[in-house]
Design a protein. Structure first.
Length: 317
C-alpha cells in the first residue's frame, strides 16, 4: 500500500507535467525513478492479460504484469489532469497572452534541455534539426486539414501525443499544441466533468467520445511506437534528439503569445473559435499587449525547466 501511494503521488506529478506544454511527463518519471519500470510494464502488456485474469485470477495477474504499479500511476495522473485542466482552460480564456507566454518560456528552455543531450554535432545532425524546424514551423502556419474535433484527427493526436509517456524531454501537451488539438482535449476533460455534475448526460457523452478517441490513438501509439522509439534512441540517439530539437524550435511560432486571427470556425457547441491565426509583434496587437507581465512569465517558465534539469542531474544513477 505504501508503494502504491508513493507511485500515485508520482503519477500526480506526471499528470501535472502532461497538462502543461513544454514539461514532459516522461521527464518527471525519469526524475522520480520510475521511468524504466513504466516502459517495461507498458511493453509487457498484451492480450495475455485477459487470458491470465481467467486462468490465474486477479491477484496473480496483477503481480505478473505489475498492474498494481500501473493502476496507481494512472489514478495519480487522472487526479492531476482532472483537477488542473479546468484551471488551465479558464486561464486560456481569461488570460491567453500570459498563459502562452509561460508556455513559450517552458518550451524555449526545453529546447536547450534536449539539445544539450546531443553528444556529437555533425552535418547530419544539423541538417536533421533544420528539417525538423522547417516541418514544425510549416505545421504551425498551415491551414488545418481538419477540425481538431474530427474523429480521425483526435485518434491521430492521441497516437502522436503518447510519445511523451515514452521519451523524457518530449511533452505530450506540446505535441497536442503543435497539432492544434490541445484546447479541444483540455476542453473535453473540463466539459465532461461539468456535464456529469450538471446531469447533462448527452453533453457528457459528446465530451467523453472525444476523450475515448484520443485514448484509442494513445493505446495504438504506445504499442506501435514504444519499440520503434526505443530502437531509434539506442541506434540513432543524436539524430533523434536533433529532430526533436528542430520540432520544438519550429513550434515556438505556435506558442507566440500575440496573434492576429485570420479565420474562425464554429465548434460543436456553437461557439466561434480560432481556426487559423498568425504571429504578430506586441505593438501590433489589438488590445493590451501586457508585455512586461508576458516577459516575466516567459522567464518563470524558462527557469522552471532549468530547476527540473538540476533536480534530474542530482538524482543518483
Amino acid at each position: 500500500m505504501k508503494k502504491n501511494i508513493t507511485t500515485a503521488f508520482k503519477g500526480i506529478l506526471m499528470g501535472a507535467a502532461d497538462v502543461v506544454p513544454g514539461v514532459s511527463g516522461g521527464t518527471i518519471a525519469f526524475i522520480t525513478g520510475i521511468y524504466e519500470e513504466l516502459i517495461k510494464t507498458i511493453d509487457g502488456l498484451d492480450l495475455g492479460v485477459l487470458k491470465s485474469f481467467f486462468k490465474n485470477g486477479i491477484a496473480a495477474t496483477f503481480i505478473k504484469y505489475n498492474l498494481g504499479f500501473l493502476l496507481s500511476l494512472i489514478i495519480g495522473i487522472a487526479i492531476s489532469i482532472l483537477s488542473l485542466s479546468k484551471l488551465i482552460t479558464y486561464l486560456l480564456k481569461v488570460h491567453p497572452i500570459l498563459v502562452w507566454s509561460f508556455f513559450f518560456g517552458l518550451v524555449l528552455a526545453s529546447i536547450l534541455f534536449i539539445a544539450k543531450q546531443i553528444t556529437r554535432w555533425n552535418i547530419a545532425a544539423i541538417l536533421i534539426m533544420i528539417i525538423g524546424a522547417v516541418l514544425s514551423y510549416w505545421i504551425t502556419i498551415a491551414e488545418p486539414l481538419a477540425s481538431p474535433e474530427s474523429w480521425w484527427y483526435l485518434i491521430f493526436s492521441g497516437f502522436i501525443a503518447i510519445i511523451a509517456m515514452i521519451l523524457p524531454g518530449v511533452s505530450g501537451a506540446f505535441l497536442l499544441l503543435l497539432l492544434g488539438s490541445y484546447e479541444t482535449v483540455l476542453g473535453s476533460i473540463t466539459g465532461f466533468m461539468e456535464a456529469v455534475l450538471a446531469g447533462e448526460w448527452s453533453t457528457a457523452w459528446d465530451y467523453l467520445s472525444n476523450l475515448l478517441l484520443v485514448a484509442i490513438g494513445a493505446i495504438l501509439g504506445i504499442k506501435l511506437f514504444s519499440r520503434a522509439l526505443t530502437w531509434l534512441f539506442e541506434n540513432h540517439k543524436n539524430l533523434t534528439l536533433a529532430l526533436l530539437t528542430g520540432f520544438m524550435i519550429g513550434s515556438l511560432n505556435k506558442l507566440w503569445p500575440w496573434k492576429l486571427v485570420l479565420k474562425t470556425r464554429m465548434n460543436s457547441h456553437g461557439e466561434e473559435v480560432t481556426f487559423l491565426d498568425k504571429s504578430i509583434l506586441p505593438q501590433n496587437f489589438d488590445g493590451d499587449a501586457l508585455i512586461l507581465y508576458a516577459v516575466l512569465l516567459m522567464v518563470i517558465g524558462f527557469m522552471l525547466i532549468l530547476i527540473l534539469e538540476k533536480v534530474a542531474h542530482k538524482k543518483p544513477d
